[in-house]
Design a protein around this ligand. Sequence first.
Ligand SMILES: *Cc1c(COP(=O)(O)O)cnc(C)c1O
Length: 337
Amino acid sequence: MYDLRSDTFTQPSQEMRKAMYLAETGDDVYGEDPTAVKLQEIAAEITGKEESLIVSSGCMGNLIPHMIKGGRGKEVLCAASSHIVQHEIGAVVSLSGTLPVIVPSDNGIMAPDDVRKSIHGYAYDMSETAMIEVENTTSGLIYPLLVMQEIKKTAEEHGLWVHLDGARIFNASVETGIPVREYAAASDDITFCLSKGLGCPAFSVLSSTHGFIKEAKRCRKLLGGGMRQIGILAAAGIYALEHNIGRLKDDHRHRQMISRALEEAGWADIVISSTNMIFFRSQHPVEGIIEAFRRRGVLILREGDMARIVLSLNISDEDAEDVCAIIRDMKTGEFTA
Ligand SMILES: *Cc1c(COP(=O)(O)O)cnc(C)c1O
């Protein structure tokens, strides 16, 4: 089976497992896990922030900034498709009290002007705009750096905090050649996932100022995310940051190959094809298409009325060729639900 459902299905490689096996550990709640400390130092260097903190998941990395900079009666401006709105069980609302206010967007990418229009000043009866959330990549699409910089400038003018959900920021960075720290500089804090395309079993990293990370540690503890000998998992993170960033380009190349095969097949209307993701619609039922792929040994996901394909280190050059051959061989008669 070729698994193109998500880059969260990646498996730790033998080399990564070896690094995990050999990891030095300590009690991280006391800040005494040397491998966790090292991972956090590397992450701070990569993001250009003062300090970094390992968090259990991307969801926790998104929630904590809302606990610190949002809160009851405070608003976060974000796109309708953002992960905090669609896929986090409403945590920013139910656990931090922050109210997401939807800004119009082009497939998740907000225009600075629309962000500006959504900010409002003090009124005794209104919730207060406190922060802006930007997601890069968003559904695989790359936020242009200039757009992020303009949003950051607007935020500064209004005294607002910018949280960057950079779950897949490395995909953006390898595609554009823009260092992660430049994207991160257009935000006040950034979270990125180790557990997706980078191939780790777990963890995300949250980065910002010393003061912010000090508070973030308390929030992590409050959420039950204070963990002990996490060096075993942090070692996977260090391995990934040292070995698995550059190879994301392979995933992007495989995405282009598969995208071309879909285009040529004629039955797929591609909506998004960018970095490691493809979203497409069809005049044939989505369930039928997904089932036809499954019967031919390819797992893909449904997202609304679209089918979603995600490339990751699960897929080699030969696998990508094989998936293209499968697509070319498919007949529309197979797509009945
Ligand atoms: C996956 C993802 C998250 C959440 O990460 P988890 O580790 O699954 O909690 C947050 N934001 C985006 C954009 C994601 O794709």
